[in-house]
Design a protein around this ligand. Sequence first.
Ligand code: SAM
Length: 221
Amino acid sequence: MHFVTTSDGSKTLYNPTVGEHYHSRHGAVQESRHVFLQSGLQHYLNLHPVTEINVLEVGFGTGLNFLLSADYCAQNNIRLNYTGIEAYPLTVDILRETGYNNYINADLWQNFISSYPHSFNHEVTSSESCKLEVAHCRLMDFTSEKQFHIIYFDAFAALHQPEMWTTEALHQVCRYLIPGGIFVTYAITGNLKRSMKTLGFSIEKAPGAPGKREMLRATKL
Ligand SMILES: C[S@@+](CC[C@H](N)C(=O)[O-])C[C@H]1O[C@@H](n2cnc3c(N)ncnc32)[C@H](O)[C@@H]1O
C-alpha cells in the first residue's frame, strides 16, 4: 500500500490488491467532509438536534470519517459514540503517515493515535465527549447490542467489492439503524437504490462530492 496526494492536498491510501484508493482522488478530506460529515452527521443534527449521537461506520480504514466527526462534535458539545467495522485494520505507523492531524484538534489526534488498537480485536478509546470502538471483523460477522442514528457506508466500490453492496450485506448493517436514522454513502447506483427501498428506506439523491454528481442518502422508515 502507498499514499497518494489528492486534489485538495490531503492524502489517501492506495490498496493495490483491491485496485482502489481509500478516498476520492479529487480530495480525501473534502469527500469525507461532504459525504459523511455534512450530508450525514450535520444533516441528521439539523433535523434532530440531539446532544448525544451514535454513528456506525462500515470500513473504518484510516479513521478519517471518525476524526472529522469527532472534531465537529467536540466543537458543538455533542457526545459522539462511534463504532467502526474494519476487517483489515491498518497499523498505527500507517495512520501516523496520513497527516490527518492537520485537520483536527491536537488532543483528539493524540488520543486517537495513542489508543488505536494494533494488537486487540476490539478496543475502546474514551474521552469526555467521544467514545470510539473498532470492531475488527468482517461486516457479515459484526454484531452489536447498540442501535445507531447514522450509518456511514464507506466500503470499496461495488466494482471491486460487490459482496459489500448486496441486499444481504446492506441488511446486515441497516438492522442496527433506528427508525428515522440515516444511511449515507458516496455512491449511488440502481441496484443500491432498489436494495435500500426493499429494506424499508426512503431514498434521496444528494449532490455528490467533487468528482461525483450524486450520492445516496436514505432514511429508515
Ligand atoms: C474505502 S475504504 C474505507 C476508508 C475509510 N473510511 C477511511 O476513512 O480511511 C474501505 C474499507 O473497508 C474495509 N473492508 C474491506 N472488506 C471489509 C469487510 N468485509 N468488512 C469490513 N471492512 C471491510 C477495507 O479494509 C477498507 O479499510
